[in-house]
Design a protein around this ligand. Structure first.
Ligand code: HEC
Length: 162
């Protein structure tokens, strides 16, 4: 066999190996396919007011202020702050692998839009002793938009209707 053909064969063998590797990784950590833009718009429309009126693009821009400390994808790493996938309905301080402040761990509530709104307006007055050093988002519309953005990006599912 000539040399270029061998190189091609070796390349194919490597490519199939790495595909198998990815398959195993996917099997051990199942991830749902990310929602499409249409699915996000549909979910947005089911949110209670004022969130159904939110501007998701602005929400994405506002979230740029959080990105240095938080990931939002499923299984995303904890950085300075915890991964926020699945945060709605999760007890405050509830990510199993993140080392929270005592204040947040003992907060005693589950996150919903209303709590998040107060938290994001001023984390330190909302929860004294938190280690989230973030000044807050003074603008109510920016908070609305970033909360709606988080709902559609972090796996929130609206309660099933009868
Ligand atoms: C400078 C880093 C930093 C920035 C910026 C930041 N956070 Fe945080 N965040 C943290 C830390 C640290 C904690 C954990 C606080 C504690 O344990 O008291 C936290 C906790 C949280 C929690 C509670 C999570 C849980 O599991 O209970 C939410 C929700 C949150 N942040 C949302 C946001 C959003 C939204 C933004 C942007 C508007 C933001 N954070 C910006 C560092 C940050």
């Amino acid at each position: 066999m000539n040399r270029p053909a061998l190189i091609v064969l070796a390349g194919l063998a490597l490519a199939s190996c790495s595909r198998e590797g990815e398959g195993e990784a996917a099997a051990s950590a199942p991830t749902r396919p990310a929602p499409t833009a249409a699915e996000k718009a549909e979910l947005l429309a089911t949110l209670p007011a004022p969130y159904d009126q939110a501007d998701l693009e602005n929400g994405r821009r506002v979230f740029a202020r959080c990105r240095s400390c938080h990931t939002i994808s499923e299984g995303g790493t904890n950085m300075t702050g915890p991964n926020l996938y699945g945060v709605f309905g999760r007890p405050a301080g509830g990510h199993p692998d993140y080392n929270y402040s005592t204040a947040l761990r003992q907060a005693g509530f589950a996150w919903d839009a209303a709590r998040l709104d107060e938290w994001l307006e001023n984390p330190r007055t909302f929860l004294r002793g938190t280690k989230m050093s973030f000044a807050g988002i003074p603008d109510a519309e920016d908070r609305r938009d970033v909360i709606a953005f988080l709902k559609v990006e972090t796996g929130y599912a609206p309660p099933a209707r009868p």
